[in-house]
Design a protein around this ligand. Structure first.
Ligand code: MN3
Length: 257
């Protein structure tokens, strides 16, 4: 905003004084186009739930919108977080307003979900899934490490084999889905896919368990940068997984009913 004001003031002055003081006017510093562009990118910290008293609020994005470039571009991150994600948060608050769900955690809501109530199902799912997705991304990407790597080696044979299976699952999907790495009832790591905003916590999930990793394969998660090249987005994703966070989730995951 400030930069724009400087330019407008300059133009106005120029039209008032004509050409007499051109030399003085040239002294005014006009921001470089690159700097103007940067100021137009929003700040994730400014994204708030519409209802500030609502049961669910936006979790702070743990990095800047451009932090995951070149793998996930800033515009996609901004749109995803400040338009799509906040939309799920707002609609979830509306859907549960005045019900006993307002006092429950998001996990409790999902585990005991009435699957016929699509407004709660879609928006509680969207809220949880996106919080999860943004949390396990980060700039310190690389291959899996620590305890979760040991478990991946044990259950998939190798990290490369896990990566191949996860990537294949994401590539062959048709429509809007999520791919998950889940610690199942037996404590084994398995890959699962869920459509729309469903997730492995919900009743009737194909594989129930505790998610430790996820990938959003809705088109809004990649289309601005990758268009129809979903496989390129999936490959890029493996460069921005915060395995330290995934390992924390793996260690904290309890075996669920
Ligand atoms: Mn999404």
């Amino acid at each position: 905003m400030k930069n724009k004001f400087i330019i407008l003031a300059f133009s106005g002055l120029l039209s008032l004084v004509g050409c007499k003081k051109d030399k003085e006017l040239i002294e005014v510093t006009i921001p470089e186009p690159e700097k103007i562009k940067k100021t137009t990118m929003g700040n994730p910290a400014d994204v708030k739930a519409e209802d500030e008293e609502g049961a669910f609020q936006m979790l702070r994005l743990p990095y800047a919108y451009n932090a995951l470039e070149p793998f996930i571009d800033a515009k996609t991150m901004e749109t995803h977080y400040s338009k799509h994600h906040v939309g799920y948060c707002n609609k979830l608050n509306t859907a549960i307003k005045g019900t006993d769900l307002e006092s429950k955690s998001i996990e409790e809501i999902l585990k005991k979900l009435d699957m016929s109530k699509s407004d709660v199902r879609n928006n509680a799912g969207g809220y949880y899934n996106h919080n999860f997705f943004f949390e396990i991304l980060g700039t310190n990407g690389g291959d899996a490490t620590d305890e979760v790597l040991d478990a991946i080696n044990k259950d998939f044979g190798s990290y490369e084999e896990f990566k191949k299976q996860f990537s294949d699952s994401a590539t062959k999907l048709f429509g809007s889905w999520w791919v998950w790495l889940v610690k199942d009832k037996a404590g084994k790591l398995v890959i699962s896919t869920t459509s729309n905003q469903d997730n492995p916590l919900m009743p009737k999930s194909e594989i129930k368990g505790t998610p430790i990793l996820t990938l959003d394969v809705w088109e809004h998660a990649y289309y601005l940068k990758y268009q129809n090249k979903r496989k390129d987005y999936i490959d890029a994703y493996f460069n921005v997984i915060n395995w330290k966070k995934v390992n924390e989730k793996f260690k904290a995951a309890t075996i669920t009913e």
